[in-house]
Design a protein around this ligand. Sequence first.
Ligand SMILES: C[S@@+](CC[C@H](N)C(=O)[O-])C[C@H]1O[C@@H](n2cnc3c(N)ncnc32)[C@H](O)[C@@H]1O
Length: 290
Amino acid sequence: MNEDASFNPEQFKANTREAWNMAAGGWNEHTPQVHQWLAAATQLMFDLANIKPGSRVLDVAAGAGDQALDAARRAGQTGYVLATDISATILDLARANAKKARVNNIDTKVADAENLGLPAACFDAAICRLGLMFCPNPVKSLQEMRHALKPGSRACVMVFSQPEKNPCIGILLRTAFKYAGLPAPDPYQPGGLFSVGKPGRLDELFVSAGFEGVSSRALSAPFSLPSANAYLEFIRNSASPIIHILNKVNEPDRASAWAEMEEKLGIFQTANGWQGPNELILTVGGKELI
Ligand SMILES: C[S@@+](CC[C@H](N)C(=O)[O-])C[C@H]1O[C@@H](n2cnc3c(N)ncnc32)[C@H](O)[C@@H]1O
């Protein structure tokens, strides 16, 4: 856990909830870009979690439901998805998106990933896309997923890998902390964007939570957009951790911070648009595998 004695996990999660309630609309509006960015990784996550027609799927930290809707389509009319998230606001959007897309085999439940409050052994698969790193106690979240899984089934989690492989996020965080007048914290600190991204870390957490047959793979997932400015537009409206840091900064300095980020992110401009490098880790583990 966090070595900072003043770190309060419950307060951290309350702040996270509040921040995602605020960023929910922006994240939802950027669903088409996020969908494209994570399309291949998301399908691999479904394959690894063994989602198939008829599967009952638990989606943790489901956000506005992009991957939940795809999982529901894959599970089909005989299957089902429960989309859970700590933010009620973002889950309202997930419900609206499901209705609009006429995907009706999906339910939502507002729940902290560390306390899902679900009965034991009622799901055939569990997924979590870019959510586990926000949990101050990720083992607890993985235990909650495992508890809800039927014996013989799998959970698959997608997170960002280490900072060196995700230089855009590094630029955003370093610049935001500099303008906030704060020292850049340990990138692997609990609850941060890279908190579970150190090589081997997520495997250890899965094993600690009781999973078997644990394995991980790294996946390159560049974010392709027309320009660095388009990336920053996404970040400004939907990336709750960066917004949260810059909220502490006065307006002129905040404008300077965004301008500096744009300049630095410009190095990823190519002849075919902007290509922000990103590396994801997909980790899978099973419950009581035979
Ligand atoms: C980056 S978004 C990802 C949303 C969605 N999975 C996707 O990929 O589009 C992170 C999500 O994690 C949720 N989250 C953060 N901390 C959480 C917690 N402790 N329990 C449940 N959800 C949490 C946020 O509310 C937010 O919806």
